[in-house]
Design a protein around this ligand. Structure first.
Ligand code: ITT
Length: 196
């Protein structure tokens, strides 16, 4: 089957393809599907914003669509940047800003999690799915893979930017949420064949 990912973030699209293609789901970008939209993400929750993005694209393409709204929630910052993760700092400066804000936070209080909410819509209806990846914030940026906050997010002693794509996808918030999406698609469309 084909599904459109409602996102303008090429890193999210790449990860979704890596996870869903082997399961037999071909992920089209919203541009490939002819939906060049960028809706205002003015919801209060990840689920609200994911559904805003999914609906905006579904209204144009009328085929299965899913959207990912995600972010980093840092306990010492009372859950910030959370739903504002994309707007927390100019692109490329988010890790520097976070490390500055965390510079006086002791090791025991550096816990954080990535949250991912997937909203999906097709002719059978819509829903949302959530997953998280728990870890802690490091003291320096490490690793050259991934995107966003990956270089400062420690999972079992390595940052997500130090993991290969396969390693990140196996433990990430996005990987877990997309595997739940796969279950929904399997229920609705039957088992998919990666070779077709
Ligand atoms: P779309 O809305 O077009 O999908 P976006 O990047 O603006 O793209 P969000 O509004 O969901 O997406 O913001 C998510 C931000 O959270 C993202 O820009 C990163 O800064 C951060 N983020 C989410 N998942 C991440 C991950 O796996 N690794 C590192 N940072 C991540």
């Amino acid at each position: 089957m084909k599904a459109v990912m409602a996102t303008n973030n090429p890193n999210k699209l790449k990860e979704a393809r890596e996870i869903l293609a082997p399961l037999g789901i071909e992920v089209l970008s919203q541009q490939e599907a002819g939906a060049a939209v960028e809706p205002e993400e003015n919801g209060e929750t990840f689920a609200d914003n994911a559904m805003i993005k999914a609906k905006a694209v579904f209204d144009v393409v009328h085929m299965p669509v899913f959207a990912d709204d995600s972010g980093l929630c840092v306990d010492a910052l009372h859950g910030a940047p959370g739903v504002h993760s994309a707007r927390y700092a100019p692109k490329g400066q988010e890790c520097d800003k976070l490390l500055r804000e965390m510079q006086n936070v002791p090791d025991a209080e550096r816990s954080a999690h990535f949250a991912c909410c997937i909203a999906y819509i097709d002719e059978n209806g819509s829903g949302t799915l959530s997953a998280a990846c728990h870890g802690k914030i490091g003291y320096t940026q490490r690793g050259g893979n991934g995107f966003g906050y990956d270089p400062v997010f420690l999972y079992n002693g390595r940052t997500l930017a130090e993991l290969s794509s396969d390693e990140k996808n196996a433990i990430s918030h996005r990987g877990a949420a997309l595997r739940l999406l796969y279950e929904v698609y399997q229920e609705r469309y039957g088992k998919q064949d990666a070779d077709k």
